[in-house]
Design a protein around this ligand. Structure first.
Ligand code: PEP
Ligand code: MN
Length: 337
């Protein structure tokens, strides 16, 4: 339920309404902008009498929210959310670029890639330390050593680091070491993991599950937000369809849909969507054109010998070209890169 309050009310009037709602053991999510002041009510609202609320002269209107996601719903927070990460942001007028290898392999590799993507304009460094691989016999990541190398690359370049957490047992370490915690596609519905990251105040990059609907993605974000962490960034990374040419099918229509339904920032990962390095550039352009707040791109200095996802990784030189080619598209949608 959304209670739209009249403008410029005194705090004591707001408290009166809040007090009434709290009696029904409902949670209140208050959001105030230049032209609105709303109280989002979460919980069992069936016993609250809307007529009694409407009769209050300080209430503009009462709206029932049909969707099962509440805190991520745009009705609860009409303005776009901007997530702050160190001195950087995701969401708003700036297109944010996260770049780096699929997995951290060694010191030289991560340092060279980090320095080069930074020089080309990336704002964040990605790199997997714990890798969710389809086969248990494939490279599983450097694990804790990988985290140390990422920290070293951050120290050298100043780029905040984004890396995947696969299980709750390492959460303390990630809170300490990592700037953005990634929840991968395969864990989008690992509800215990979502609840644990929800108890932190770290920015969370939540990737869409391989066969998850947009509503399921928003419900996953709700798991995180309902624990108190509202720093959620969504990521469209391609979904499974009958098409086999590409690794997945990039669901570009998800971007405007999510923008309509939710206030959370949403970025696109064209690398995992296509699985093919030469498609990264056109899909990146398309993603910005349809309103994505940023991109996550796999970059490797030696793609043919990469331990993971070499096929979909672009070289630092191509990444540099790509960054230049995204300038005009960004301008066309009134954003800057
Ligand atoms: C990744 O970003 O490294 C990754 C494994 O992606 P996804 O979870 O989208 O497959
Ligand atoms: Mn990868």
């Amino acid at each position: 339920m959304i209670i739209v309050m009249k403008q410029n009310l005194e705090q004591k009037e707001i408290l009166k309404i809040k007090g009434k709602i709290e009696k029904y053991k409902c949670e209140i999510h208050e959001s105030r902008g230049i032209n609105y002041h709303i109280l989002g009510v979460i919980g069992d609202t069936s016993k609250i009498d809307p007529d009694e609320l409407k009769a209050n002269r300080n209430v503009e209107k009462v709206i029932y929210v049909q969707e099962p996601y509440k805190k991520s719903n745009r009705m609860f927070h009409p303005e776009d959310t901007i997530v702050n990460i160190n001195n950087k942001t995701i969401g708003g007028k700036k297109i944010s670029i996260i770049a780096g290898p699929c997995s951290v392999e060694n010191e030289n590799q991560i340092l060279e890639i980090a320095q080069k993507v930074k020089n080309s304009g990336a704002s964040f460094l990605r790199g997997g330390a714990f890798k969710p691989r389809t086969s248990p016999y494939s490279f599983q990541g450097l694990k804790e050593d990988g985290l140390e190398l990422l920290k070293y690359a951050r120290e050298k370049t100043g780029l905040p680091i984004v890396t995947e957490l696969m299980s709750p047992y390492l959460i303390e370490r990630f809170i300490e070491d990592v700037d953005v915690i990634q929840i991968g596609a395969r864990n989008m519905q690992n509800f215990d993991l979502l609840k644990e990251v929800g108890k932190t105040n770290k920015p969370i990059l939540l990737k869409r599950g391989l066969s998850a609907t947009i509503e399921e993605l928003l419900m996953a974000s709700e798991y995180i937000m309902s624990e108190g962490n509202e720093n959620v960034i969504l990521c469209e990374r391609g979904i499974r369809t009958f098409e086999k040419y590409t690794r997945n099918t990039l669901d570009l229509s998800a971007i405007p849909v999510i923008k309509k339904l939710s206030h959370l920032p949403v970025i696109v990962d064209p690398s995992h969507a296509a699985g093919l390095w030469w498609m990264v550039e056109p899909l990146s352009k398309a993603a910005i054109a349809v309103g994505a707040d940023g991109l996550m791109i796999e970059v490797h200095n030696d793609p043919s010998n990469a331990k993971c996802d070499g096929n979909q990784s672009i070289t630092p030189e191509r990444f540099d070209e790509l960054m230049k080619s995204l300038k005009d598209i960004s301008k066309a949608v009134h954003k800057e890169i």
